[in-house]
Ligand binder design. Structure first.
Ligand code: XMP
Length: 512
């Protein structure tokens, strides 16, 4: 691929992905490569710059990931971050020690020496540190360019080569000068041109799909979410009616979701979509089941069965299966455990292993926010592009305890009210997820002159960047009040609403 690429070597930091995002936000394409990758693999990308990420190791650990020092001799500009800096210094003969106290959090950076890395950055500047080790003596040919109160050598540069390193994390939002520093590296030091954008990339993606698929046919399962919808629209542009989409109405979707997506795709995108009404089958599979994992298992199995039937129906001409795999999933599978994975995504079932279909995964180089930009670029409406993430097993895991049609309807109606109120308060896009959960208990209330004994709805609203961690949102009382009173007066069978004030961890986002 002929474009300027920055390679980020992943040493296992929890924020490695952020480095890739920052570089892309600055208009330069970047990829994350495991630190176990060979020099040849890295060079296949013909990188215009290399960034060494942070990581949890200490350079003195016996099994600590190492640096391919050959990379330093190629004249490719290098930026080391945190562990990346320690590794650079150590590999070139400097000294690294364990800091007396592990430093975690904000600190003030004082620039000690003029450097292109700090061009137009004022000193002192707040930065964010997270490290256990630090460099205490420099390798030959290097000089210290910045310090903090606790860390005398907080940034270094080579006097002869384009090699730079910082002990702090420029990629996190708590380092306000981070963007400028990364831009200085990309544009002043590496002389790159900011030409990459999702919009420009969409043409490349369509061309690539055409090339990969040739004259073959593709099967695509739509979930109603933004990822699979973007995949379908992209493929439709690439191969037209050789794309065969199907959408399973599980009866576990949010209010109006199925028809809305179907209508959009058929009428606006001219997509060939088969709707499979499996509501009764899903209800039957879930009858009497209370255990959340058992619910997931049964839903997964049924989905696979339906999928296989559909694959059989469209027949032998289909040789590809489209999937909405995103970049974070790809990184997790290639970095072989280098970034400690806390992933809790449990997609609906796995697809059958013996399925003889090759995969088309057009989004595998994109982050979620980039997929949204791409969706807009492809003309999808905001109501699809900005839809909150929704679990594969759907409302089945938001009805705590047994799933019945009546209980699904209660949670679906409550959920629709939550969504409506968030949209009208202008807060829908600013939270990660906002939804209703039906609890498996009844409580006493009073309506009019009568006693009621009815269901409880829990309201769950979280902010998050990737669902790995999440905070409950401190919502304005008037919004809470409106949602509560609407649910109690409009959803028959509910007489109480409670608000979930737990963060993840230790709780999870969903209740099951
Ligand atoms: P938790 O509840 O684990 O959720 O904090 C993290 C994110 O994943 C979604 N989620 C699921 N997605 N199948 C999915 O495809 C599932 O079984 C599932 N369970 C949770 C959840 O909505 C949140 O965004």
């Amino acid at each position: 691929m002929n474009r300027d690429t920055v390679i980020i070597v992943d040493y296992g930091s929890q924020v490695t992905q952020l480095i890739a995002r920052r570089v892309r936000e600055s208009g330069v394409y970047s990829e994350i490569i495991s630190c176990k990758a060979s020099v040849d693999t890295i060079l296949q990308y013909t990188p215009r710059a290399i960034i060494l990420s942070g990581g949890p190791s200490s350079v003195y650990d016996t099994d600590a990931p190492r640096l391919h020092t050959e990379l330093l001799e190629l004249g490719i500009p290098i930026l080391g971050i945190c562990y990346g800096m320690q590794l650079l210094a150590y590999s070139l003969g400097g000294k690294v020690v364990s800091s007396l106290s592990r430093e975690y959090g904000s600190s003030l950076l004082t620039i000690e020496k003029e450097s292109p890395l700090f061009a137009d950055i004022e000193s002192p500047a707040p930065i964010w540190m997270s490290h256990g080790d630090e460099v205490i003596s420099l390798p030959e040919g290097f000089e210290c360019i910045a310090s903090t109160e606790n860390v005398p050598i907080a940034a270094i540069q080579s006097r002869t080569q384009p090699i730079y390193a910082v002990q702090f994390h420029p990629e996190v939002s708590h380092t306000p000068i981070g963007k400028k520093l990364i831009d200085n590296f990309l544009f002043s030091i590496c002389k790159l041109t900011p030409t990459w954008s999702v919009a420009e990339y969409s043409h490349t993606l369509i061309e690539r799909c055409k090339e990969q698929i040739g004259n073959n046919h593709v099967l695509c399962a739509l979930s109603g979410g933004v990822d699979s919808t973007v995949v379908a629209v992209l493929l439709q542009k690439a191969i037209g009616d050789r794309l065969h989409c199907f959408f399973v109405d599980t009866g576990l979707m949010r209010s109006g979701e199925g028809p809305q997506i179907m209508e959009y795709l058929q009428e606006h995108c001219d997509l060939n979509v088969q709707m499979i009404d499996a509501r009764a089958e899903f209800l039957e599979a879930l009858r009497g089941i209370e255990d959340p994992e058992e619910k997931r298992k049964r839903i997964g199995h049924l989905f696979i069965e339906l999928f296989e039937k559909e694959a059989e129906r469209v027949g032998d001409m289909v040789t590809f299966l489209a999937q909405g795999t995103l970049y974070p999933d790809v990184i997790e599978s290639i970095s072989e455990g280098e970034s400690a994975v806390i992933k809790s995504h449990h997609n609906v079932g796995g697809l059958p292993e013996d399925m003889k279909l090759a995969l088309v995964e057009p989004l595998r180089e994109l982050f979620k926010d980039e997929v949204r930009v791409l969706g807009t670029e492809l003309g999808l409406p905001d109501s699809i592009v900005w839809r909150h993430p929704f679990p594969g097993p759907g409302l089945a895991i938001r009805v705590i305890g047994e799933v019945t049609e009546e209980r699904l309807e209660i949670v679906r109606m409550a959920d629709a009210i939550v969504t409506e109120e968030f949209i009208s308060a202008g807060l829908y896009r600013s939270v990660w997820q906002a939804f209703a959960v039906l609890l498996p208990l009844k409580t006493v209330g009073v309506m009019g002159d009568g006693r009621t004994y009815e269901h409880v709805i829990a309201l769950r609203v979280v902010e998050s960047v990737d669902a790995m961690t999440a905070d409950w949102v401190k919502l304005p009382y008037p919004l809470l009040e409106k949602i509560s009173s609407r649910i109690i007066s409009e959803v028959v069978g509910v007489n109480r609403v409670v608000y979930d004030i737990s963060s993840k961890p230790p709780s999870t986002i969903e209740w099951e």
